[in-house]
Design a protein around this ligand. Structure first.
Ligand code: NAI
Length: 338
């Protein structure tokens, strides 16, 4: 069966890691017709718009995207491309699995980390409602709605049920933001009632950060509003070996975009040093979403096998290989499994 998908290489290390992920997907034998769209800092500045309409049209057509990171220009007052894309397409659930990989040295040698972050992706302080009330006084409005809170909670609990996961922890600051985070929690509790087999608990975000660093193995699924999800994602990436490893999905009712947690990493762009693991695992999530379950499994197993061997790893995880050498090792593993 053949599929259509939108491919957004992005910029910085984006073109390098997307090319690597596409090679891995192609090695599985799944036939994907890619619609390639250029969305990067240069395009945004030249066209003076964050979201060229042909990109939105392409994703509406294909329903699925694989995306590299895109740099948000600092000058010019442009909103974040990524926030704009998620909002324009109503990709309300940001799903980020954080797992220990064999052979990656971290501070946690004796525990296995396997958690998934479910981050509300469309509102909170990312609503972009900032203004200067009087000179030198700025407000930034945090928007939390019942509709968005219920649907992300429903998504996380449904995922737990369908995938046999045991526990969901809501992360919040409702002791201070009583109305906004209070609403988020009330919605999560309401949804939890429909899933008695899933253990539900709550942690204040500061305590959650400490617990995550001290006992990451105790966490299963984490449910949170947008900003905490953004910050906690990078924190948890650090627990398992860094941003080069953690994939993600932005899921809506009908559309989905798969992308790594990391950004465009300008410090290593164009040097062949980027670790494409995060985008390969994002591609694995994309294949699962497309119903290509066997191919997804093969891709995931191949990446893990390369880590188990430990010979062809990139510098960020203690190896000495380039993006291309790591990718060739993954492709070889995929071919071995056929
Ligand atoms: P970053 O994630 O790009 O980099 C942080 C650090 O992690 C850097 O030292 C980088 O070299 C390293 N790193 C990241 N990914 C890596 C990989 N695959 N392999 C090896 N090392 C890796 O974060 P930063 O520097 O804060 O952001 C740079 C740009 O990326 C900004 O313009 C930001 O707006 C954009 N960004 C885009 C995102 C997206 O498109 N989804 C997400 C986050 C940031």
């Amino acid at each position: 069966m053949s599929h259509h998908a939108t491919l957004i290489p992005g910029d910085g290390i984006g073109p390098e890691v997307t090319a690597a992920a596409v090679r891995a997907v192609e090695a599985t034998g799944v036939n994907i017709q890619w619609e390639r769209c250029e969305l990067n800092e240069e395009v945004i500045l030249r066209r003076n718009e964050v979201l060229p309409p042909e990109i939105i049209a392409s994703i509406h057509r294909t329903k699925v995207g694989l995306k590299g990171p895109v740099t948000t220009p600092i000058a010019g007052g442009f909103p974040s491309v990524n926030v704009a894309l998620r909002k324009a397409l109503d990709l309300y659930a940001n799903v980020r699995p954080v797992r220990t990989l064999p052979g990656v040295k971290t501070r946690y040698t004796d525990v296995a980390i396997d958690m998934i972050i479910f981050r509300e992706n469309t509102e909170d302080l990312y609503a972009g409602l900032e203004h200067e009330v009087v000179k030198d006084v700025i407000t930034s409005i945090k928007v939390i709605t019942r509709v968005a809170s219920i649907r992300i909670a429903e998504y996380a609990f449904r995922y737990a049920r369908e995938n046999g996961r045991k526990r969901i922890t809501s992360v919040h600051k409702a002791n201070i933001m009583k109305l906004s985070d209070g609403m988020f929690l009330r919605c999560a509790r309401e949804v939890a009632l429909g899933y008695p087999e899933v253990e539900y608990r709550e942690l204040i975000v500061d305590n959650a950060c400490m617990q995550l660093v001290m006992h990451p193995e105790r966490f299963d699924l984490l449910l949170m509003p947008n900003l905490y999800g953004d910050i906690v994602s990078d924190l948890t990436a650090g627990l398992v070996g860094g941003l080069g490893l953690v994939p993600g999905a932005n899921i809506g009712e009908k559309l989905a975009i798969f992308e790594a947690v990391h950004g465009s990493a300008p410090d290593i762009a164009g040097k062949g040093l980027a670790n494409p693991t995060a985008l390969m695992f994002s591609a694995e999530m994309m294949l699962t979403h497309l119903g290509e379950i066997e191919a997804a499994k093969r891709l995931g197993l191949a990446v893990r096998a390369v880590y188990e061997r430990g010979e062809k790893l990139t510098c960020d995880v203690g190896g000495a290989c380039s993006t291309a050498e790591f990718t060739s090792a993954v492709v070889k593993e995929i071919q071995k499994q056929q």
